[in-house]
Design a protein around this ligand. Sequence first.
Ligand SMILES: *Cc1c(COP(=O)(O)O)cnc(C)c1O
Length: 392
Amino acid sequence: MATAFYPPLRTLLGPGPSDVNPRILAAIGRPTIGHLDPEFILLMDEIKLLLQYAFKTSNPLTLPISAPGSAGMEAAFVNLLERGDKVIVCQNGVFGGRMKENVERCGATAVVVSDEWGTATNLNKVEDALKQHPDASVLAFVHAETSTGVRSDARALAALATQYGCMSVVDAVTSLGGIELDTDGWGLDVVYSGSQKCLSCVPGLSPITFSPKAVERIRQRRTKVQSWFLDMNLIMDYWGAGSRRSYHHTAPVNTLYALHEALLILQEEGLEESWRRHVYHHEALVLGLESMGLRLIVAPHSRLPQLNAVCVPGGIEEAAVRAALLKNYSLEIGAGLGSLAGKVWRIGLMGFACQQRNVMICLSALEETLLSLGADIHPGKASQAAAQYYRS
Ligand SMILES: *Cc1c(COP(=O)(O)O)cnc(C)c1O
């Protein structure tokens, strides 16, 4: 017979979900109320305000989609695109590939600008594509490519989109709360994220924001949005301003308590302070890894502080290391994806997980594990280097 499930206590330093702050886990257990209860509607309004703060936007259409980050991606494309539209898609990892897939499933054409995995989207190539395809109406790119640990220049890409008369669709699933993101300041049109990366909330929600220009485009569609569930024309009546809320779907009430708490925590810390904290602990981690003799695959200027792709040293089977970390230290790190499978580990320092304790645990656990498997690394240096960084 099945019995209650008690998950083991882990330290989550992978590509997400990240460690959830206990305050958020406490919030999710509060009593469920009706999703049209006036008290719940007040909570929805507060969530919208808090999301506007996190995204740095005054867009009225800013809300969490009731599904994970992938649904935010899908919502962006199915709402903006109609058959025959053309989209420039930047691909330098797994998630750009998914954008292309979404564009094509909308019956639109994807013009792919490819860059090598582990490098940022090349602005010159994007500009060339925009020049070559003046009929393109959307530029889509991933701000923080979680599959490789690369940050692309969202501000410059958005400026190119504007210059060539395109709207921008921005994947900020891993960037929101972790690195600078300025929706209004950079003129971004549709930006979506996820609850379980740098917001350190439970998985299952996708915050999204639409600029007034994007809303206009959605309102003026010639054809209906192919997805009923993700049709923003309908969702606007549920999440829209005022108390005239009409039933669309049952909001995940308790998960929204969790998101509200996560966003409160972000606001209490301050967005800029959260960005600084991610850089601060990332630097300690990198110092430790490099002292051990390990190498990051991404060049320093385009590294994401919240996702560190580390080369697996020669002769070491990467999966064995992850399994040992999980078994002996209850510590989760991520594997490489796609063309980087078997070649890298992905160490996340996201949100609540991004703290000194976890950097120190990760360095010593990784060192001990690599030594036990006979890796050729420098012993005894990593923790010292990180500790010295924290002391100074
Ligand atoms: C995690 C992630 C997604 C997908 O989010 P899910 O919540 O897993 O659906 C999309 N894009 C990026 C960059 C991600 O890191």
